[in-house]
Design a protein around this ligand. Structure first.
Ligand code: FCB
Length: 465
């Protein structure tokens, strides 16, 4: 009698040993407890409480109540098997007025969080600024004001002194492009200004704040700590290969990508950008030595990616997040599948972005610090949340990361956005990005099918082939 041949082991698109598998969240989007333990309003409290700014008048007052459910959420992370967890520290919990000594209760919350993570064998990855500027600092001038960069370095220093023995990876800023251009030019994010010059000033002071914070972190942290920055770089497509469309893409690349990459990695401002924006500002707010500070070396670069942008010469929306002069730029709608955010599903854009960074920033390790998708999720009568579109999105994007690594990109980890459904900024609770469903009426958490899928990927160390 012949024994049947064993079933072949399932093929696996394996990631390198030591690859960091994580999920990401941000303080204002999940914590709630808006006025507890000394926390004061941030610009997002003010903005979300202003009628008409956030869909349905939603605010982060309660959010996913993570401030009170932190242990339950860490248990969810454990059940996923993640190696890392990216969270952000709420500045107004640590320094309610944006200056002065740290509030002990604020530090204690994050100390408990990182201790419980470490007990669960999960590496904490702390982001210092995920958009919740203390309101008092905005009232004093916000990011367009130089002083805010100094305040941020002080906050970085206080937080690193308190948590530096327990947190090995630190990110200064999350997506400074969104902070500057959605917040101060398009007005769709806090603080809701529509001033092109304020946005450009903000962008520069964010680069400066990043550099000052890197210096403050280096002074406070053990030598082996990892210091990083997360950018939402724009993966650009041209509508046609015409000279006009290429010129539009160059302008968007300057404002969306090189305005941050050049100061941080090369200590310079892009010359073409300075020319493009000459009618908006003469850039005299850039002082001697600022760009040297901005380019204080980092240990890795975080990349957030959701969708590419297709660009054409055309008509700008108004108010535009792109403070550039003629010719205007447009973003035509492209065919193909879209998420509930109406963002195109296009994993090739992530491959192209990682490959570009491989070529332009040799020697800089990369982390995908956010990637994920919103869909119209609901629990079925058995309480199960089936989200096959999210699984397909994640599969496609992880396959793109795998291919980028095979082609030489030094990608060290992937952080899925997001662990929980949460307050999606101007969309409030209407958009669900979590792999864990949150019923905001009861705060009940239900892992979606995608959570089980992600846990299996992590356990296997890769994708089903
Ligand atoms: C990014 C933000 C994050 C989340 C996702 C969907 O721009 O960093 O907080 O809202 O988009």
């Amino acid at each position: 009698m012949t024994t049947p041949a064993p079933a072949p082991a399932p093929a696996v698109m394996a990631f390198p040993a030591g690859f960091r598998w994580g999920t990401a969240t941000a303080a204002y989007q999940i914590e709630g407890a808006a006025d507890e333990d000394g926390r004061t309003p941030s610009i997002w409290d003010t903005f979300s409480r202003t009628p008409g700014k956030v869909r349905n008048g939603d605010t982060g007052d309660i959010a996913a109540d993570h401030y009170h459910r932190m242990s339950e959420d860490i248990a969810l992370l454990s059940s996923l098997g993640v190696t890392d967890y990216r969270f952000s520290v709420a500045w107004p919990r640590i320094q309610p007025t944006g200056r002065g000594p740290a509030v002990q209760k604020g530090l204690d919350f994050y100390r408990r969080l990182v201790d419980e993570l470490r007990d669960a064998g999960i590496r904490p990855v702390a982001t210092l600024y995920h958009w919740d500027l203390p309101q008092e600092l905005e009232t004093a001038g916000g990011w367009p004001r130089r002083e805010t960069a100094e305040r941020f370095a002080e906050f970085a220093s206080l937080t690193a002194e308190a948590l530096g023995d327990r947190v090995a990876t630190w990110t200064t800023l999350n997506e400074p492009w969104c902070v500057a251009f959605l917040g101060y030019a398009a007005g769709v994010h806090a603080p809701g200004l529509t001033s092109p010059v304020a946005a450009l000033r903000a962008a520069h002071h964010l680069n400066l704040a990043h550099g000052r914070a890197v210096q403050a972190l280096r002074a406070a942290l053990p030598a082996e700590s990892e210091v990083s920055l997360t950018l939402n770089l724009h993966s650009l497509r041209l509508r046609t290969d015409s000279a006009a469309d290429r010129e539009a893409a160059r302008r968007i690349d300057a404002l969306g990508n090189r305005l941050f990459l050049d100061p941080v990695f090369h200590g310079r401002l892009p010359g073409d950008l300075v020319r493009d924006t000459a009618s908006v500002t003469d850039w005299s707010f850039v002082e001697d030595g600022d760009l040297a500070v901005a380019s204080t070396p980092v240990d890795s670069l975080g990349v957030n990616y959701y969708a590419p942008a297709t660009v054409e010469a055309g008509r700008s929306e108004a108010p535009s997040p792109w403070p550039t002069t003629e010719p205007h730029v447009g973003f035509p709608r492209t065919p193909g599948p879209r998420t509930a955010m109406d963002w195109p599903v296009d994993a090739q854009g992530l491959y192209e972005l990682l490959s570009r960074l491989r070529d332009e920033l040799p020697g800089v390790p990369l982390l995908v610090t956010e990637n994920g998708a919103a869909y119209e999720d609901y629990a079925d009568p058995e309480g199960r949340v089936r989200d096959p579109e999210r699984v397909a999105y994640l599969h496609g994007h992880l396959a793109a990361v795998h291919r980028a690594i095979a082609d030489g990109a030094d990608v060290r980890g992937y952080f899925l956005w997001s662990l929980l459904d949460n307050f999606e900024w101007a969309y409030g609770y209407s958009k669900r990005f979590g792999i864990v469903h949150v019923d905001f009426a009861t705060q009940r958490r239900t892992p979606k099918d995608s959570a089980r899928w992600y846990a299996a990927v992590i356990a296997r160390g890769g994708l089903p082939g």
